[in-house]
Unconditional design. Structure first.
Length: 596
RNA sequence: GGUCUAGUAGCUCAGUUGGAUUAGAGCAACGGCCUUCUAAGCCGUAGGUCCCAGGUUCGAGCCCUGGCUAGAUCACCA
């Protein structure tokens, strides 16, 4: 039992003993004592005044005396403005340190009694163009939340639902057929997703030309957009694809394989992965049976023209189409079908969709319709809704050329990291290969941290003009702190320092015990972040820890310390900071270098 | 128009289920610190009507109501 729980239970006793009143565990508020005040844990006594019928000061004193008498670890207490500050014995913190030092996966809850099986769907790209910054946020979040849930002891299935069918890919196909001259990614030495994306852009260009011509010929803009022969060709191609036309399917397979090969490279660079990949071409018809069953059961209704709908007015929403007049499925129908299959196949306790907040409505409806259809898993569907990445001049628009390409961004970051590192010249002695590995680690650390430190729910701003920082509240700052620590540990080893358990009587400076307290909070941070699906909480904690460590590092000699007990303590606490940084960064999918 | 989300320093962001009349970081600006363990670091100065107005209570950046501003969404598209 940790010290907070002990204080809470004893506090209940204290109130009973002093005032003959009962309080529930939930009513007790503990908080960290503010740094400039002596103490470790603070009890907020205001809620108890009704029970004590005494002044805040008197109440705090009563409770403080009881707690000090009944809890061994409490050394003393003080009362300021009605806040009861408890001072925990240093030896408590040090033995805590000794315990967690033995645990290399400190912070991770490996035997969670509430472990669940959770599927996280993320990435879900369209196969007509390369990934951009918006996808980066999605991928990093999805991967990181998966790691976070694993850190909380859950079994996680990471899946990707690739949208490989539809009018968009047909547009690229038509453009390639017409203007491609038989070129391939190999023949042009282009990454497959970029190659296909170029034809998607080409389609749009030619399409606009056609529309302009048609308008000149006397059509309205609206008519022209519908009458464009190129668009009609794409629509015809989609029909052929759905009919299984061999030539079309072959072309479709070829172009998709180019794109997917390109995505694999990007995913690998980003460091994300999946346990299973679904393709919409295989799932897009799913859900129809379920919907028809729902119609039979009377929870859905059919219009005269044949289409099937869900009436959600009772939930304050509109009517939602589930099957078209011709009986084909829509997006929603497919999602119902795949969700059903996933819950059946994997016995999921939870399904999380990492999808932008522009689809909030969709997921609200999905959950409601599933509930209407009588599925008990309807409420196990979670939409991890994240905000848009905005540029200074607004949203990214691929047609206006304002997208920040994922591959470009990553390679630019690596270049910057390389330049910076060479300027600082700290990798002397590393082979080119080793050094390149570090540049990549740092570059991706900067990018990932930049994205993940922001609360997922919020929109975030990215300014391509000001490249992502490597100083201050950044990934490299944290990585640097880690590298410093590793340097100390290497030297300690070289010096033959004998590292052992810390003597519980060793005297600590304020900064040292503050660091210790911070370290003890790590598991709670991971747990809280897991509940809220927020890697940002981990990011902010790790940053604060690194910042605090750097202050300590600056003020206190470690290896030069003469007193062996203190030397030992400082090495040990440094080591633990390193472990926590490493474990915390791993949750964000960020690796840490031994040197930088 | 309906629904949802956000608004904290010049800029980018923190601020755990309401808690200490000193609301925090980083960047940018200015000033210090490398003959001592990695200066991608540390310390300091300056910078705020927490969008506005009410309300709830011992106590509000956080909760409620109304307004302002910005964004998203409301297809037989995906």
């Amino acid at each position: 039992m940790n010290i907070e729980s002990i204080v809470k239970t004893k506090l209940i006793d204290a109130i009973k003993s002093n005032y003959a009143q009962d309080v529930e565990l939930k009513q007790i508020q503990l908080q960290k004592t503010r740094r400039e005040i002596e103490g470790d844990i603070t009890v907020v006594v205001f809620p108890f005044l009704r029970l004590s019928r005494k002044s805040p000061e008197q109440t705090a004193n009563d409770l403080g005396e009881y707690l000090q008498e009944n809890i061994e670890e409490i050394e003393s207490f003080n009362v300021i403005k009605g806040f009861l500050n408890l001072v925990i014995a240093k030896s408590y913190w040090i033995s805590l340190l000794n315990n967690i030092l033995k645990d290399s996966s400190y912070g991770y809850n490996s035997n969670n009694p509430d472990a669940k099986t959770i599927m996280v769907e993320y990435s879900s790209p369209n196969t007509n163009k390369p990934l951009h910054l918006g996808h980066i946020r999605n991928n990093l979040l999805g991967y990181s939340v998966s790691r976070l849930l694993e850190a909380n002891g859950h079994k996680v299935l990471k899946v990707n639902l690739v949208n490989d069918r539809g009018i968009h890919i047909c547009k690229s196909m038509i453009a390639w057929e017409r203007f491609g001259e038989g070129k391939t990614p190999e023949s042009t030495n282009t990454k497959g997703d970029h190659f296909v994306g170029d034809y998607y852009v080409r389609f749009d260009k030619e399409y606009k030309k056609e529309v302009a011509e048609l308008i000149k010929g006397g059509l309205s803009e609206e008519e022209a957009k519908k009458e464009s022969p190129l668009l009609k060709a794409a629509q015809e191609m989609l029909r052929k694809w759905e009919a299984g036309d061999e030539a079309v399917v072959a072309l479709w397979k070829k172009m998709n394989s180019w794109v997917l090969a390109g995505f694999d490279v990007t995913y690998k660079q980003m460091g994300v992965s999946f346990d299973k990949i679904y393709f919409e071409s295989e799932t897009y018809k799913k859900g129809k049976k379920i919907v028809l069953k729902g119609l039979e059961d009377g929870v859905l209704y059919q219009k005269e023209t044949g289409s099937v709908w869900a009436d959600l007015e009772g939930d304050g929403l509109d009517h939602k189409l589930l099957l078209r007049d011709d009986g084909t499925s829509v997006y929603m129908t497919q999602d119902i079908g795949t969700a059903y299959e996933r819950f059946e196949e994997f016995k999921l306790d939870k399904q999380i969709y990492v999808v932008g907040n522009e689809q909030n409505y969709h997921f609200q409806v999905l959950s409601l319709v599933c509930k209407k259809l009588g599925f008990d898993w309807a409420e196990k569907i979670n939409h991890l809704s994240y905000g848009m990445v905005e540029l200074p001049n607004g949203k990214m628009k691929s047609r206006e050329g304002t997208v920040v390409d994922a591959d470009d961004l990553m390679s630019e970051m690596i270049n910057t990291a390389r330049e910076t590192s060479k300027e600082l010249g700290k990798l002397d002695g590393y082979s080119t290969e080793e050094a390149e590995k570090v540049f990549e680690t740092v570059a991706l650390g900067a990018l990932k941290y930049f994205i993940l430190k922001v609360d997922p729910k919020k929109n975030m701003m990215f300014n391509p003009q000001e490249s992502i920082d490597f100083n201050g509240n950044t990934g490299p700052f944290i990585q640097y702190t880690y590298a410093r620590i590793q340097s100390i540990l290497r030297k300690a080893k070289d010096n033959g320092v004998d590292i052992k358990d810390v003597n519980t009587e060793v005297s600590l400076d304020e900064k040292e015990s503050y660091l210790l307290k911070m370290l003890s909070e790590f598991p709670q941070v991971v747990s809280q972040a897991g509940k809220e699906y927020s890697p940002a909480m981990v990011a902010n904690y790790i940053y604060d820890l690194a910042k605090e460590f750097n202050g300590f590092y600056h003020d206190f000699p470690i290896l030069i310390e003469k007193n062996e007990e203190i030397l030992n303590f400082r090495i040990q606490i440094s080591k633990l900071v390193g472990t926590v940084i490493k474990n915390g960064m791993a949750i964000m999918g960020i690796s840490v270098p031994e040197r930088m």
